[in-house]
Write a protein that binds this ligand. Structure first.
Ligand code: RB5
Length: 165
């Protein structure tokens, strides 16, 4: 499993902690920045991370900003990206089981480092439950195809679940 990691300045410290934790558990990852606490706009990090997930280079993306909201909004602009903002482990588990989320966003100013690491662990280890949830995701994918047919023709890997293959 490969993970793409990114944050803005507000999420930098938490992103570094997550990186350390993932490395200790031998999770293969790429850090897309930011690499210091100087101000940087969250879309500048979110877009390259979700593009890489969208392209299939990574199974999951993890994005951290102050609230997790900006990262989630930016990430979810991409067809095939299902980004979930989670502040506790129940949501993290459901985001994977029900929504087949391929991007986790976290708010470094909202939750502490301990809960954040637990959320990451639960998110990465929980499989998609498929079944009835598949049809629901298919409806979202169909809307994306209708709104952005050209984009889907160029990148046919936008079906739910495909990023995890
Ligand atoms: C940065 O101050 C802050 O706005 C950003 O990290 C994030 O919370 C936006 O959603």
């Amino acid at each position: 499993m490969r993970v793409a990691l990114g944050s803005d300045h507000a999420g930098f410290k938490l992103k570094e902690l997550i990186k350390e934790d993932l490395r200790a558990r031998e999770v293969e990852l790429t850090d897309f920045g930011t690499f210091c606490e100087s101000s940087i706009d969250y879309p500048d990090i979110s877009f390259p991370v979700v593009q890489a997930v969208r392209d299939g280079a990574f199974a999951f993306g993890i994005l951290v900003c102050g609230t997790g909201i900006g990262m989630a909004i930016a990430a979810n602009k991409y067809p095939g990206i299902r980004a979930a903002l989670c502040s506790e482990t129940y949501s993290a588990r459901c985001a994977r089981e029900h929504n087949d989320a391929n991007v986790l966003t976290l708010g470094a100013r909202v939750i502490g480092p301990g809960p954040a690491l637990d959320i990451v662990r639960v998110f990465l280890k929980t499989p998609f439950a498929a079944g009835r949830h598949e049809e629901r995701l298919e409806k979202i994918a169909l809307l994306e195809k209708r709104l952005l047919p050209d984009y889907h023709r160029r990148c046919p890997a936008a079906k739910p679940g495909e990023a995890e293959a």
